[in-house]
Design a binder for this molecule. Structure first.
Ligand code: ATP
Ligand code: MG
Length: 268
């Protein structure tokens, strides 16, 4: 099992150039749980995830992992505890799947340490879990969008971190692979205690899979808590500006949001 970790943002302000995107945001990630961050395009979800994984330095406030500011931690040290799957990762040209997934092991190696059977095992397990074993010798450039997405997830899994931050891990995936990835992250969470933080656009899957839901709008947190508390018609309307109805999913008991557009619904 993994260790308990405290990851929190305190009064965080982040931006690009002279544009402020997130201002005075505070957030505590529940350890050993699954957190989903939802919100409209450009509201700052990726910016928040990047700041929590030290890719962006805050203008004010901090991100603390177990009490230490992540921006002052050496990259490799942080990467042994916290893994990030960015929204649009880029692979070195011509790299094979197995080599890319193997790079997930880099944080565990010093300059002189050699590749071990533990590394082999971590890579093989990550390839198997993401059903990418048969792609191992293919070039990453040649894969379909969904295959490539699963390979990136494999790389993040091979890193074997206690905390895993994933920016839209289900993009490009067909419905069966979306469910598989979310089930796999749930397995990691339940069996190994991995803390998962993911950005998702599918509110219903977010409500079903996350213990803790965070709704963002314009760089701020509108509300956070269990799905029943966050996925309400009022919050969806306030955050996304759409008319909608929330019912109870008969199979999971979680809230299920039905968007109401201008067509195909009974508007009475
Ligand atoms: N590298 C960058 N340089 C300048 N501005 C940026 C940069 N990255 C993001 N932004 C801006 O910051 C704002 C928030 O972007 P961010 O990527 O965090 O949004 P998001 O909530 O992840 O959106 P999406 O759902 O589309 O992925 C946007 O207005 C975006 O244009
Ligand atoms: Mg984003």
């Amino acid at each position: 099992m993994t260790d308990d970790h405290t990851l929190l943002a305190e009064d965080l302000t982040v931006g690009y150039g002279d544009r402020t995107i997130i201002e005075g945001l505070s957030l505590r990630i529940p350890s050993g749980r699954i957190t989903a961050i939802v919100g409209p395009n450009a509201c700052g979800k990726s910016t928040l995830l990047r700041s929590m994984s030290r890719l962006l330095t805050p203008r004010a406030g901090h991100v603390l992992l177990d009490g230490a500011a992540v921006h002052r931690m050496p990259a490799k040290e942080l990467a042994r505890t916290l893994g990030l799957l960015p929204q649009s990762p880029t692979a070195p040209e011509g790299i094979t799947v197995s080599d890319l997934v193997g790079r997930g092991r880099n944080p565990h190696h010093g300059i002189f340490s050699r590749w071990t059977t533990a590394d082999d095992e971590a890579v093989a397990e990550a390839l198997a879990a993401t059903e990418t074993l048969e792609l191992a010798d293919r070039a990453v450039d040649e894969l379909s969008g969904g295959q490539r997405q699963r390979v990136w997830i494999a790389m993040a899994l091979a890193q074997r971190t206690d905390l895993l931050l994933l920016d839209e891990p289900t993009t490009f995936l067909d419905v069966s692979h979306q469910i598989e990835v979310l089930d796999l992250l749930t397995d990691l969470n339940r069996n190994r205690g991995v803390t998962v933080v993911m950005v998702l656009h599918d509110l219903n899957l977010a409500a079903r899979y996350a213990d803790h839901l965070v709704a963002m709008r314009e760089g701020s947190i509108v509300t956070a808590g269990p799905a029943e508390h966050v996925l309400t018609a009022e919050t969806v309307e306030a955050v996304f500006g759409i008319r909608n109805e929330v019912i109870t999913d008969p199979r999971s008991g979680k809230p299920l949001m039905l968007p109401l557009g201008r067509y195909h619904v009974d508007t009475a």
